[in-house]
Design a protein around this ligand. Structure first.
Ligand code: DOR
Ligand code: ZN
Length: 346
């Protein structure tokens, strides 16, 4: 018999929508399945002020297909020049849900990010007083640190001291990729939460590197070894409230990924929800999919869960053809080695 599951409409607590033609191409895929999404601010130039976030939100809303009910939740990109008053006013006015900390040079468009946490101490203190969550890209950029260790070292050097200094600050460790990340989040819940991507649940670094290099599986933080994948699968499917859905869907043009110096990011929006369902089914945890996808995130952010429902079922999911983006080229959608689930009504 076909297995199917109906859950409250989920939210995606970590997306990249970009801008312009690419934004118009990708927004409908997220809006089709998700009620809300936390929108990353790493445009060029980055979204650093409440006014820029409000304008960006309008451009996103203009790309939502007629009839879809979808709410983008905006974030500001922290720099060493961020004005705490602007940030907190943006939060109070309902424009900014959170702010994102990119360590400078850690990932795509992070060159405007923060080199020294001490330089944003006042900003963090203001966010703490305002109850505004901090979202972190949790990797150090020290060239001496191996790329596979950068998350664990970030926890020791940056995140643990930051949580001690700002005891009331709510923090999301975005896209955790390691056992150390999952354990650290558990130990500091409920003021610390984490998102987990479909690719880090479905793949480990062998998928990226064995039998040829697969640029469409390259993202940051990079896929880790199998024991970390196992730890993430246990975290996501185990029913703990501190872990929630965040796809990190991150579109890049095909020719920039299939490149001698390919860029980081996996465009997963069209298939992400089906991927999560498959992982939960494989783990015998389908009854906990709704908590991960639709309940834990809203609870962390202090928002009500969505009231609509969405149904997924076991089915051979059709591959998503390359998507043309204006005159620039095309996007390639994440293709896991096997996908045996699909959204059947949204
Ligand atoms: O792989 C990634 N892509 N990781 C990030 O942190 C940023 C993202 C992007 O913007 O492309
Ligand atoms: Zn991201």
């Amino acid at each position: 018999m076909m297995t199917a599951i109906t859950i409250r409409r989920p939210d995606d607590w970590h997306v990249h929508f970009r801008d312009g033609a690419m934004l118009r191409t990708v927004v409908p895929f997220t809006a089709r399945h998700f009620g809300r999404a936390i929108v990353m601010p790493n445009l060029v130039p980055p979204v650093t002020t409440a006014a820029a976030a409000a304008a960006y939100r309008e451009r996103i809303l203009a790309a939502v297909p007629a009839g879809a009910r979808f709410t983008p939740l905006m974030t500001a990109y922290l720099t060493e020049a961020t004005d705490p008053a602007d940030l907190v006013a943006g939060h109070r006015d309902g424009v900014l849900t959170a702010a994102k900390l990119y360590p400078a040079h850690a990932t795509t468009n992070s060159q405007f990010g923060v080199s020294s946490i001490a330089a944003i101490r006042e900003v963090l203190a203001a966010m703490e007083r305002a109850g505004m969550p901090l979202l972190v890209h949790g990797e150090v950029t020290d060239p001496a640190i191996d790329i596979f260790d950068r998350e664990a070292v970030f926890i020791d050097r940056v995140l643990a001291p930051l949580l001690r200094e700002h005891e009331g600050l709510k923090v999301v460790m975005e896209h955790i990729t390691t056992r150390e990340g999952a354990d650290f989040v558990r130990a500091h819940a409920p003021r610390l939460g984490a998102t987990i991507t479909p690719q880090h649940l479905m793949l480990n670094r062998n998928a990226l590197l064995v039998g040829g290099i697969r640029p469409h599986y390259y993202c940051l933080p990079v896929l880790k070894r199998g024991l970390h994948q196992e730890a993430l699968r246990n975290a996501a499917t185990g029913g703990e409230a501190c872990f929630f859905l965040g796809t990190d869907t991150a579109p890049h043009m095909k020719h920039l990924k299939e490149n001698a110096c390919g860029c980081a990011g996996v465009f997963s929006a069209p298939v992400a929800l089906a991927c999560y369902a498959q992982v939960f089914a494989e783990e015998g945890a389908l009854e906990r999919l709704e908590a991960f996808a639709s309940l834990n995130g809203p609870a962390f952010y202090g928002l009500p869960p969505n009231e609509e429902r969405i149904t997924l079922a076991e089915a051979e999911a059709a591959p998503v053809p390359p998507l043309p983006v204006g005159a620039e080229g095309e996007l390639v959608t994440f293709e896991p080695p096997r996908l045996g689930w699909a959204v059947i009504s949204a």
